[in-house]
Ligand binder design. Structure first.
Ligand SMILES: CCCCCCCCCCCCCCCC(=O)SCCNC(=O)CCNC(=O)[C@H](O)C(C)(C)COP(=O)(O)OP(=O)(O)OC[C@H]1O[C@@H](n2cnc3c(N)ncnc32)[C@H](O)[C@@H]1OP(=O)(O)O
Length: 220
């Protein structure tokens, strides 16, 4: 399917790529936070701009065109490394390391200053994006995945920057629709609640009972 790329990689090759690119994304993530907060003198800012331009030019000498897409191997292992919320290669991603315990899907993450909305609080759009992903992953983990059709969010109180938990669980399944609820939790208090409807798209339904491995599998 469009955006799904099949790669015949061994687990060792995937591990090596992870070890190569995860630190790159981590360093750029630190760079973003440093860019928001720096108070160095103008010549140092100019020097930083020059170094960043050099790094960007170097990385651009060979690169994927368009977007990273979803890569998968014949054993059904899926990599969503470009994803804006969980992508291992994506410095925009907080990133969320989404785990599963029983029926609960959750991520514990520290939200840095680059995600500020109201002063000292996490931007509401960033919260919505994280909930979208974590609710979606609950549907995937339950074996009833889908694209977000509807996402309702209630912001009960501000969510401070810093450590938060984002969690979700499937409530029920009706045909091709999976109903999922979730919360953002800070210091044992729920700051945000969400409800989502995740729908297995018609294009995937049309593939029948045996879609190619990887299309519906959890990513990492
Ligand atoms: C490419 C492969 C992906 C495979 C799947 C695995 C994904 C693994 C993701 C992992 C985690 C992701 C986490 C981040 C998730 C995102 O960010 S997704 C990006 C944001 N969402 C989008 O871009 C979705 C855009 N919308 C669409 O593509 C289509 O409208 C949808 C939502 C897939 C539905 O299209 P459709 O399959 O043609 O729907 P249709 O046959 O008309 O209706 C089916 C049923 O759903 C209902 N329905 C339709 N639209 C809606 C709606 N918006 N709200 C509520 N109900 C609706 C219909 O009423 C109908 O209900 P029933 O009659 O069965 O009771």
């Amino acid at each position: 399917m469009f955006g799904h790329v099949m790669e015949d990689l061994t687990p060792e090759e995937i591990a090596a790529a992870s070890q190569l690119y995860a630190p790159l994304a981590d360093r750029v993530r630190e760079l973003v936070a440093a860019t928001v907060l720096t108070e160095v003198p103008a010549p140092d800012v100019a020097k930083a701009i020059q170094l960043i331009e050099e790094a960007t030019a170097l990385l651009g000498t060979k690169a994927v065109e368009g977007s990273f897409g979803v890569r998968w191997t014949p054993d059904g292992k899926r990599r969503t490394w470009g994803n804006a919320i969980v992508g291992l290669r994506n410095p925009i991603a907080p990133p969320l390391d989404i785990r599963q315990r029983g029926d609960l899907t959750y991520a514990d993450v520290v939200i840095g200053p680059q995600y500020e909305g109201p002063p000292t609080l996490v931007h509401g759009g960033i919260i919505a994006a994280m909930l979208d992903q974590v609710l979606g992953d609950a549907a995937v983990n339950a074996g009833v995945p889908g694209m977000t059709g509807t996402l309702r969010i209630r912001y009960n109180r501000g969510t401070p920057l810093g450590p938060i938990r984002v969690q979700s669980a499937v409530d029920r399944v009706e045909g091709v629709k999976t109903f999922v609820s979730g919360q953002v939790i800070v210091d044992d208090a729920v700051t945000v609640e969400a409800e989502g409807i995740f729908i297995l798209p018609k294009a995937v339904r049309d593939l029948g009972d045996n879609p190619p491995p990887g299309i519906l599998a959890p990513g990492d």
